[in-house]
Design a protein around this ligand. Sequence first.
Ligand SMILES: [Ca+2]
Ligand SMILES: [Ca+2]
Ligand SMILES: [Ca+2]
Ligand SMILES: [Ca+2]
Length: 287
Amino acid sequence: MKMEIRPLLMCFALCVVYATSKPTEKKDRVQHDALLSSKEHDDGTNFDYDHDAFLGEEEAKTFDDLTPEESKNRLGKIVDKIDADEDGFVTEAELKAWIKKAQKKYIYDNVERQWKDFDMNNDGMISWDEYKNVTYGTYLDDPESDDGYNYKQMMARDERRFTMADGNGDHIADKEEFTAFLHPEEYEHMKDIVVLETMEDIDKNGDGFIDLEEYIGDMYNHEDEMDEPGWVATEREQFSEFRDKNKDGKMDKEETMDWILPADYDHAEAEAKHLVYESDTNKVSRH
Ligand SMILES: [Ca+2]
Ligand SMILES: [Ca+2]
Ligand SMILES: [Ca+2]
Ligand SMILES: [Ca+2]
């Protein structure tokens, strides 16, 4: 399928200039939105999510500083790049490839930014000791000081994740291993630890399961005398109907994995289809 989606993409870019992000009250544990954008996907409100998806979150941010005219020029160049075979049309496949690249760019940029803070001896590797000293140096110097954080527990948790990310077991992370440490949700072999850490966060009574109250308690902060917002009731139903698949009243490891790391969903593909659909139904006119 070929499609002239250039006008739509151009429109997105201009919208960036006026984009405002909406605060989200609800804490979202599901790993999907973070992949493409930290913003909510709600085209009824704005196109922020779509901007981030095809520009990359950082790139979209720099558009904020440009005039509409500059944005337009810049985006024209980007659309030319998306059109990989240069036939003047952007296909769903080209769009999907572009979005995948934008996702990865965000991740690799993030790793690059943090890298120099941890590689103290500049040998191009980050050892567990380097990471530990940079992150927990103050605590290690004075383990008795108490400022409300359980550094011992946080450090043990980091070391467990570091060990899992360290594929060859030498306690030293190369760039790929460090990327797996910082972005475990991107790696198949890190899925178990993502689920484990999430369960530890939510499972307040430590029985190894997430019950309904723990599930709601994690996403909703009870404020005294306030009525529960409507979505809390919806989430209670979600828990009973979809999350707790075997209906024993709690979520185990598998059920938690299905929730936070939905397996059969390709976000780049879904977003590409979505953009083509938006273009196809000519919703451009509403901007
Ligand atoms: Ca080093
Ligand atoms: Ca290693
Ligand atoms: Ca529990
Ligand atoms: Ca269950």
